[in-house]
Design a protein around this ligand. Structure first.
Ligand code: ADE
Length: 232
């Protein structure tokens, strides 16, 4: 039977989903509260993992081991690295990588995780298609794009680092958890997708735009997810 793990880094990214679910139990592990129950009659576990890649990775492993989830969806906000992605638009992950993994002094290309067979983690094609279809249905005025999520333990807010993420990694959006969720899902062989609404442009205006737009952006994703889960 399917059971979908839904991860947001911050409360505002999961609060609407939690408000709409039927909760059967709440289990605490590693400082995180896992809300188990149903969303639109679909078995789910919804959790706020906290910010950054370590929190995200731990959360995936708990969802795999303690809840045996069959699919993982990461919802939240991100900074845009693509001129075609404006504030309020939605990005659905084609794949994800760690932009702060750098073993280049030993000859590895930036972003490559040494001794792993994969460093660019591909999202599940079916989940991507379902996310795109639901987005077009429930948010018809919102521009949606498939692209690459690049993640690091760093809020991106400047032209120099933004240009680096574009040119070195061909990133479409930057955030702080997606690649860890992708990496953990890959290792546990769980299909995943990352769905991110754009809250800022990861440049000099990011620290101004982010607080103004994060709430509205997170709501777009929640609406999409509520439609999507029952189709998985
Ligand atoms: N989440 C939302 N905007 C972001 C940015 N500019 N950098 C990293 N994470 C983000």
């Amino acid at each position: 039977m399917k059971k979908i793990g839904i991860i947001g880094a911050m409360e505002l990214e999961v609060e609407e989903l939690k408000a709409n679910m039927q909760v059967t139990q709440i289990i605490k592990k590693a400082g995180m509260e896992f809300f188990e129950g149903t969303l639109n009659a679909t078995p789910v576990v919804i959790v706020r993992c906290g910010i950054g890649k370590v929190n995200a990775a731990l959360c995936v492993q708990i969802l795999a081991d303690a809840f045996q989830v069959t699919h993982i969806i990461n919802t939240g906000v991100a900074g845009s690295l693509n001129a075609g992605l404006d504030i309020g638009d939605i990005l659905i992950s084609k794949d994800a990588l760690h932009h702060d993994m750098d073993v280049s002094p030993l000859g590895y290309a930036p972003g490559v995780v040494p001794q792993m067979d994969c460093s660019v983690f591909p999202a599940d094609e079916r989940l991507c298609r379902l996310a795109k279809d639901s987005c077009e249905k429930v948010n018809p005025d919102i521009h949606v794009l498939m692209g690459r999520v690049v993640s690091g333990d760093q809020f991106i807010a400047g032209k120099e680092i933004k240009d680096k993420l574009i040119h070195l990694f061909q990133g479409d959006c930057a955030e702080m958890e997606g690649a860890s969720i992708a990496h953990g899902s890959y290792l546990n062989q769980i299909p995943f997708v990352i769905i991110r609404a754009i809250s800022d442009k990861a440049d000099d205006s990011a620290t101004m735009d982010y607080p103004s737009f994060e709430k509205a952006a997170a709501k777009h994703c929640a609406k999409l997810l509520m439609d999507m889960v029952e189709k998985i």
